[in-house]
Design a binder for this molecule. Structure first.
Ligand code: HEC
Length: 181
């Protein structure tokens, strides 16, 4: 009985560490884009130089249209980085193996190395909701600049938001034409 208990214990410990290895934070994390009450990667990551983080992409989008966006992490450790993007409406899409969609949010799969400009750039897409009229959207992004030491120290993250307006074509074009009549 004692031996069996020991075997069960060892198997349990091994499988818990295997799960932690597969779902380690360095292979992506969601819920820390800044959308949830300002929670960010800095809840855990510390002792690094804070980077500049920005999101670029279209800010006036037709309902149902899919557009390209990118999150850039510059400054900071200038070694590698990870991200978490969330949006108040519409659907995010992962475009490459560098990112993944988890809980409807974008995150990295592995820390990505800086490019020749010392920046880490992740690209992804977003599909606007199908609406009539006009809706204001906020895209939230966290970019974590890490030192690649495999721990949460020597790292720092920055937060950013991108306001987007989704507007139906009849609001943009036809309504002024109707008014002219
Ligand atoms: C709940 C605590 C926690 C939060 C929040 C957190 N991390 Fe981490 N992160 C860790 C720990 C612990 C490690 C080291 C172990 C590992 O790699 O899984 C780590 C490691 C990493 C690494 C590798 C670091 C290195 O120097 O090698 C990256 C990249 C990373 N996290 C990205 C992020 C991003 C991006 C966010 C925010 C969107 C984030 N993490 C939020 C705990 C956290």
């Amino acid at each position: 009985m004692k031996k069996r208990a020991l075997i069960v214990f060892v198997i349990t410990v091994l499988s818990i560490s295997a799960v932690q290895y597969v779902f380690g934070f360095s292979s992506g994390i969601t819920g820390f884009s800044g959308m949830n009450g300002g929670n960010s990667c800095n809840n855990c990551h510390h002792s690094g130089i804070t980077p500049e983080v920005s999101i670029t992409g279209p800010q006036l989008v037709l309902p149902g249209a899919t557009q390209l966006y990118s999150l850039t992490i510059s400054g900071g450790q200038q070694i590698s980085g990870g991200l978490n993007v969330a949006v108040s409406d519409g659907a995010l899409l992962s475009l490459s193996s560098e990112t993944q969609l988890v809980n409807d949010e974008i995150t990295h799969t592995d820390p990505k190395s800086v490019n020749q400009d010392g920046a880490v750039v992740f690209s992804y897409a977003w599909t606007a909701p199908v609406i009539t009229g006009t809706v204001a959207i906020t895209m939230y992004g966290a970019g974590n600049s890490v030192d690649g030491n495999g721990s949460n120290s020597g790292d720092a993250a920055g937060l950013t938001t991108l306001p987007i307006v989704v507007m139906a074509l009849d609001e943009q074009v036809y309504l002024p034409m109707i008014r002219r009549d």
